[in-house]
Design a protein around this ligand. Structure first.
Ligand code: CMP
Length: 140
């Protein structure tokens, strides 16, 4: 299996409820290694740029408002098939549709306040990782 990296964000609903450690344990228990991590409070401009691909969607403004409502933890996860593995561990975007035992099923409050973001492809992972981290900050 190919070793891969993916970008993860622990969202404001989860940092507000002090869930960073519990969520990180889910990643580590699944064999994903946290090879970079920083806690930051996004500006509106940063949130809009990060989610630029969704700017035509009806939920874009609310999503950006939510993402600047508190601190986030941006992280790089590394492991075999990390993109797919992280999506499995996170569960479906809408927690109502997420499988039992996934982060979103267990912790998310709503489709918007869904506790975590994860890259949806290796191509987007590279772009999203570069948005938050320089290569020198990623220690495998
Ligand atoms: P995320 O994986 O961070 O990518 C985009 C986010 O938009 C998504 O998780 C959801 O939190 C949020 N979102 C809000 N409403 C919707 C919706 N109707 N469909 C998809 N994503 C939504």
């Amino acid at each position: 299996m190919a070793k891969e990296r993916t970008l993860s964000i622990i969202k404001p609903d989860a940092t507000r409820r002090n869930l960073t450690g519990k969520i990180n344990a889910r990643f580590e228990d699944a064999g994903l290694r946290i090879v970079a991590q920083k806690r930051l409070w996004l500006t509106r401009g940063q949130a809009e740029a990060f989610y630029g691909v969704h700017k035509e969607r009806a939920f874009f403004n609310d999503l950006c408002d939510f993402m600047v409502s508190g601190p986030v933890v941006a992280q790089v996860l590394e492991g075999d098939n990390a993109v797919a593995k992280n999506r499995e561990v996170m569960g479906a975007t809408n927690p109502a549709q997420a499988d039992a035992g996934t982060i979103r099923k267990d912790f998310a409050e709503s489709i918007e306040a869904n506790s975590v973001h994860g890259s949806d492809s290796a191509e987007n992972a590279a772009i999203e990782i570069a948005f938050f981290f320089s290569e020198i900050e990623i220690v495998g």
